[in-house]
Design a protein around this ligand. Structure first.
Ligand SMILES: C[C@@](CO)(OP(=O)(O)O)[C@H](O)COP(=O)(O)OP(=O)(O)OC[C@H]1O[C@@H](n2ccc(N)nc2=O)[C@H](O)[C@@H]1O
Ligand SMILES: Nc1ncnc2c1ncn2[C@@H]1O[C@H](COP(=O)(O)OP(=O)(O)O)[C@@H](O)[C@H]1O
Length: 280
């Protein structure tokens, strides 16, 4: 695998997000089902011997050293003691703050790719632990397998679910995860369900109601999408997704998308494009 090849950092969807309670420290007990899609940021790594981590181009509004890609690379350097560095190029395709996990996925791809390209030999469990300090969703992207998450999102169990086509609609608004979890009207009493992954008829998103009330753009996007397919919000929003059996049905709906929104069609994947590349 050449160092200049593209490494994908795919989006995730939360096929459901059930809030089961709130802990004394304010964090929420939840059950959420993560699946990947084949729509991704692309990262390129050129390995150097100078120990410097340099990322281009900058993401507007994110300082170089705060970028999760740079933080992930430095974390792996610190853990392994390697003297190698990397010039990293990011081709950003995923919208930010939309609940698609792009920043977490970029961090995970950086950990996995540099561990491979630097020959640092860190095992997957340790890479997932290194990632957890960067964001709650980084471990699932490191492992790259669709998973049911439990606890406060840290207990992951790989699952296999159907791999349909999705139309993802991106409303022109960013939603703050902390604001949603702190909302007084958020319902926090969904029952824990055993083997939830086998019961798609019970999948819902407890954050959807409060987000739709606070952000009319999200409610409007959802009302438009449900005319075409069963639809939900992903994570704490703002993106919403509809489920289609056929790619061409999803594509036909995309062609009707009002100009005020962005959108894309992608296939659900139980094995992430990142893990698929590693296994090649
Ligand atoms: C809930 C999910 C589902 O995918 O939402 P999205 O961010 O993807 O929309 C994620 O796990 C989020 O992950 P991430 O965005 O990294 O959240 P964090 O930085 O860990 O937490 C942001 C804030 O959300 C709240 N929070 C988060 C997770 C949780 N189980 N209970 C919480 O109450 C806390 O107030 C925390 O300070
Ligand atoms: N490489 C990165 N890509 C995207 N966002 C990043 C990155 N590094 C840091 N961030 C910060 O993380 C925030 C959350 O981004 P993102 O992961 O795309 O959203 P979400 O958690 O809603 O899916 C951004 O608003 C940005 O400030």
């Amino acid at each position: 695998m050449s160092s200049s090849a593209a490494w994908p950092a795919p989006a995730k969807l939360n096929l459901c997000l059930h809030i089961n309670g709130r802990r004394p420290d304010g964090y929420h007990e939840l059950q959420t089902l993560f699946q990947f899609v084949d729509f991704a940021d692309q990262l390129h790594f050129d390995i150097t011997d100078d120990g410097v981590i340099a990322l281009t181009p900058a993401i507007p509004g994110v300082a170089h050293d705060d970028n999760l890609i740079v933080r992930a690379a430095r974390r792996l350097q610190a853990h392994t003691g390697t003297h190698k560095g990397a010039r990293i190029h990011l081709d950003k395709r995923l919208p930010m703050g939309g609940g698609l996990g792009g920043g977490s996925s970029d961090a995970a791809t950086t950990l996995v790719a540099l561990n491979h390209l630097w020959n640092t030999g860190v095992d997957e469990d340790t890479l997932a632990d290194l990632g957890l300090a960067l964001g709650a969703d980084v471990p699932v992207f490191v492992r790259g397998r669709a998973a049911m998450a439990d606890g406060v999102g840290e207990k992951l169990r790989p699952v296999n679910v159907e791999e349909p086509w999705y139309l993802v609609v991106v409303p022109d608004v960013e939603v703050s995860t902390a604001e949603v979890f702190g909302h007084p009207d958020l319902t926090r009493d969904s029952a824990k369900i055993t083997a939830l992954e086998t019961q798609p008829e019970r999948w819902h998103n407890d954050c959807q109601k409060v987000v739709c009330e606070a952000y009319p753009q999200v409610a409007k996007a959802l009302s438009w999408l449900v005319e075409y397919a069963p639809s939900k919000m992903t994570g704490t929003g703002s993106c919403v997704f509809g489920r289609f059996d056929q790619q061409q049905q999803a594509q036909a709906a995309l062609e009707q998308l009002p100009a005020e929104w962005q959108g894309f069609v992608a296939r659900g994947c139980n094995l992430s494009p990142l893990q698929a590349k590693l296994g090649q």
